[in-house]
Design a protein around this ligand. Structure first.
Ligand SMILES: Nc1ncnc2c1ncn2[C@@H]1O[C@H](COP(=O)(O)OP(=O)(O)OP(=O)(O)O)[C@@H](O)[C@H]1O
Ligand code: SF4
Ligand SMILES: [Mg+2]
Length: 342
């Protein structure tokens, strides 16, 4: 997995251009800006990590990347194609290349259906092959993801969370996708088996030439698996760069705060669930702060931050940041220790 260090403006297997996704608020009176302007590209074969606190728009982004949500503004190109412009039939064929796996291992499994039926269902919908060949392919895929053939005729409640997540992986792989968005796929699993499931993802990537967008709030997971890491805050990217650089030499005060709330990433077998803890509430995406939206929690804030939206600048090769004062040496110094992250 070579770490691609290309410029954001280049096309990729996924190219996100000035993306905005807005929802009506629950009472219908306001607009929730879940994604409020994002630009980046994901290159074929890489693992693109997305990290940020709860509510920062990660799941919304993931769903949009696989066409489960439409952009309100902007574009998401799949290998140069805008899926929004395809006719219904071409869209159905195209979508099989862009799949998503969710945190809840039960989400895609019908509790009343044997495992094999859930695994072959995507092929059935596309009317690919006959029942016998689909079953054979399904069992082979279950074995490939580390499940015994006997699992095929079991029901979801007879499997552990980790086994069910393996079934979900087999199910999407039946479509031979190019891209899989993994939304907190190990968060619901027992800590002791997370490393095994992450290693399975890495093996399958090599074998099937997959591209991953790996969404998580757990820095140890994202640093373990990613080639590049994007840091989201309140619907925008704060930083994007090679994984090692982002973890070891972050540029944005927000990333620095996230990392300071975390111990050094541990090997998978020693890993425990570590949630991001920052001081202060994330502001509402209905009315994000003016200027830099991190300013209400930023320990380096200055008057300019309230007035001007920071540019999305490349300050190191392939490493971008949205902060007025970040330099190639790192984030600006803390000037308000009382607000610093714990
Ligand atoms: N269908 C919807 N209608 C209204 N608001 C929504 C909808 N989906 C998401 N939101 C809001 O958009 C914002 C981003 O939500 P999203 O689920 O994408 O965040 P997230 O980063 O995945 O959070 P988490 O880490 O908790 O999963 C939140 O404020 C959320 O309440
Ligand atoms: S622009 Fe200002 S508020 Fe935003 S991260 Fe930089 S210093 Fe902090
Ligand atoms: Mg989410």
């Amino acid at each position: 997995m070579a770490a691609p260090r290309r410029d954001v403006s280049e096309a990729g297997i996924l190219a996100v251009r000035d993306l905005r996704i807005l929802f009506p608020s629950r009472d219908g009176r306001d607009t929730v800006k879940a994604i409020d302007g994002m630009d980046f590209a994901v290159q074929a074969g890489e693992t693109f990590g997305v990290i940020g606190e709860s509510g920062s728009g990660k799941t919304t982004l993931g769903r949009a990347l696989v066409s489960l949500l439409r952009p309100t503004e902007g574009q998401i190109l799949h290998d140069g194609t805008d899926p929004e412009r395809l006719g219904a039939r071409a869209f159905r064929q195209h979508r099989r290349d862009y799949q998503i796996i969710f945190q809840d291992p039960n989400a895609a499994l019908n509790p009343r259906m044997p495992i094999i039926d859930s695994v072959v269902e995507p092929l059935e919908i596309l009317r690919e092959g006959d029942a016998t060949s689909r079953r054979q392919r399904g069992i082979a895929m279950l074995e490939r993801v580390g499940l015994a053939a006997e699992a095929a005729d079991r029901y979801p409640h007879q499997l552990s969370g980790g086994q069910k997540q393996r079934v979900n992986i087999a199910r999407v792989l039946m479509l031979r996708p190019k891209v899989i968005v993994c939304d907190e796929v190990v968060a619901a699993l027992d800590v002791s088996i997370r490393g095994d499931v992450l290693n399975l993802f890495a093996d399958l990537q090599r074998e099937f030439g997959l591209t991953y967008v790996f969404i998580t709030h757990d820095i140890s997971v994202v640093s373990h698996i990613s080639d590049r890491i994007a840091v989201t805050y309140l619907g925008k990217l704060m930083e994007l760069g090679p994984a090692e650089d982002v973890i070891e030499r972050p540029l944005h005060p927000y990333t620095r705060a996230l990392l300071s709330a975390e111990p050094i990433p541990l090997p998978s077998h020693l890993r425990v669930d570590r949630r991001i803890i920052l001081e202060g509430e994330i502001p509402s995406p209905v009315a994000p702060p003016s200027g830099c939206r991190f300013r209400t929690r930023c320990p380096s804030v200055q008057p300019r931050c309230a007035d001007e939206i920071p540019d999305w600048r490349e300050v190191r090769p392939g490493h971008r940041v949205a902060c007025h004062f970040a330099t190639a040496d790192g984030p600006p110094p803390n000037n308000q220790p009382a607000q610093a992250a714990s």
